[in-house]
Design a protein around this ligand. Sequence first.
Ligand code: NOJ
Ligand code: CA
Length: 567
Amino acid sequence: MSDAHQNQHDLSAKPDQRAARSADYTTNLDLEGAEFGGELNGEELTAEYRSGSDWWRTAVFYQIYPKSFADGNGDGIGDLIGVKDRLDYLALLGVDALWLSPFYKSPMADGGYDVSDPTDVDPMFGTLADFDAMITAAHERGIKVTVDIVPNHLSDQHVWFQQALAAGPGSPERARFIFMDGRGPDGSEPPNNWPSIFGGPAWTRVPDGQWYLHIFAPEQPDVNWANPEVPAEFERILRFWLERGADGFRVDVAHSMAKPEGLPDMDLTAYQGPGTQLNPDLRFDNDGVHEHLKMFRRVIDSYENRMAVGEAWVANDERLALYVRGDELHLTFNFRLVEAPWSAESFQSAIDNSLTAMAEVGAPCTWVLSNHDVIRHTTRYGGGPVGHARGRAAALVQLSLPGAAYLYNGDELGLENVNLPDEALQDPTWERSGHTERGRDGERVPMPWEGTEPPFGFGAGVQPWLPVPPEWAAVTVEAQLDDEGSTLSLYRHALRLRRQLPELHGSAFSWQRGPQGCLAYRRGSNLVVALNAGDVPVELPPGEVLLSSSALEGNKLPANTAVWLRA
Ligand code: NOJ
Ligand code: CA
């Protein structure tokens, strides 16, 4: 969460024009005419590349934010039928696996990360039968499906929390959450000074005078992992989705389940408002968390070829590596590239530190540029033509590093954040920060699929849950599919090459010397990747160019461009 909303599509100006309907909406994109010169050759290569118990080590995952991906029933909100209907697109794009953000029963106080029934589908997204149909169809296309699990908190509407409120202080029902008496003579002050990630205190008082802990919104009470009922319940949830065929999990706030003994105050001198994580931060990364992750691993490994990736925003790569020791999570997102400003030095140090730390524990790195919580990378890199060039170049870096990669829906279209009008904002951060932090809706705007007017085939034409900017006519899937120079084509080329080039399947990696402002590395014996993050063109490394993120200028590598070469 940040306020760096420069160079975004501005929707705040004329909200009334956003209601325009697409007259010539078509339901099915013609994916037939979308081949490049060569065969995509999906079948053979994917079967080989994805098989085996450690498919996840080199997989390209595609994150679907279900509300924003595709609306199958025309109510303006994305859903599971929408996902199923677009699987041919994802197969054509060439991803190996999906990660679906929560589609579980939820009052939607935090975009579904407030789960009221973790083993059912919210009617907004469909039914369990829709999930089954979607996963079957994905598997038929050789695409694996992983789902979110949210173990730090439940919704305040979950039956457990309702029972806890009714049962009162000292009850076993309350012991599933973190209820405490307050401080001060009348207990009217929170039990400690922890702030909530979304703003305000991390404690809310209930009518009988006790307080409950919520590191996120008040509608997301933290559960008490020290109570054996809690791990047992999460084991049940894991098994439920594994039995239904899920290939793995993305573990939400995987670093927050364990809380420090006695819940002491923390030092808030460096606290800068909602979203701030401190170092040290007593709310996160307590050592007790690893015991719980071992349970996850035990359960997941009792099924064949499954995996889990953790979301852990911890202080450094050494702490991060602890989450992927052999008996814990399989992968953990590496957010160093998300945090790295645009420069060869910062990219190099992000990559270097991460590779070194993960090698210590024998885990692959898991590269991320964007997700539903951070400003889209094209916008972070300045937006507009420069941001686009940099975003494309960063993608060629991301997809050529050893390990797994996570794309966020819309990365492949080069989407930017959208500057939404105040009245459209839905992220709890907006209210809880007293309207000082706009939150994360700008990176959650629905995908533009086809046609010339909003909402671009996202659904049957009704106004979607967040407005889509008219300028996105130029970046729809349809507009980019047959355009060899489009960002979509670049991703398709990169993903196809990633499967074909054996160098990109292994872990061999070595840095190469490069001019000022550039970085270069060798993968395997003779694949070279070079990035010019500087302002002036430089000499290309010798070799045959396999792919470049922008047009090359003779034998020069232009500024803000990356290239893959056969040396
Ligand atoms: C991380 C999720 O990615 C984010 O969207 C959510 O708000 C928090 N965890 C709380 O579940
Ligand atoms: Ca819908």
